[in-house]
Design a protein around this ligand. Structure first.
Ligand SMILES: CC(C)(COP(=O)(O)OP(=O)(O)OC[C@H]1O[C@@H](n2cnc3c(N)ncnc32)[C@H](O)[C@@H]1OP(=O)(O)O)[C@@H](O)C(=O)NCCC(=O)NCCS
Length: 114
């Protein structure tokens, strides 16, 4: 059954400006592998982490590095969870979809449990 859904949108230029003006922000938000992605993909990954927090109804901040987004061979994005977030997920299936176009990046997350 569906246990939670989350959605988020990010203005790519505004996000780029935030990363440029805030020292250490890119390292705080993204794992070393994620940091190699282009800005539109980074913005979509930020949206994905925010959408995940909504899907989990988590009001407290979660550690950003504990939800890493990787791409499968065919390009499909998937979350890899560690630590406290892996404990919260507790074996649930988490579906993720990303999109970026026209200056906006967006993500949708669905948490499914048996
Ligand atoms: C809850 C949170 C995700 C909201 O994000 P935001 O970018 O400030 O707000 P958005 O404009 O995208 O979304 C606002 C909507 O989120 C919804 N929302 C607010 N709190 C929420 C919660 N705890 N769970 C789910 N949805 C929530 C509301 O519907 C709100 O709109 P409304 O006030 O008109 O009803 C954000 O404040 C937060 O807690 N961020 C931390 C995320 C985090 O821990 N990230 C690490 C994950 S790896």
């Amino acid at each position: 059954m569906i246990d939670g859904i989350g959605i988020d949108v990010v203005d790519i230029e505004r996000f780029k400006a935030s990363l440029e003006r805030t020292p250490g922000l890119v390292e705080k938000l993204f794992t070393p592998a994620e940091q190699l992605k282009p800005i539109a993909s980074l913005a979509a990954r930020f949206a994905a982490k925010e959408a995940l927090a909504k899907a989990l109804s988590n009001e407290k901040g979660l550690p950003w590095h504990e939800a890493e987004i990787v791409n499968l061979e065919n390009g499909k994005p998937e979350f890899l969870f560690r630590g406290q977030i892996a404990d919260l997920i507790d074996g649930a299936k988490v579906h993720l979809s990303l999109s970026h176009d026209a200056g906006i990046a967006s993500a949708m997350v669905v948490v499914e449990r048996n």
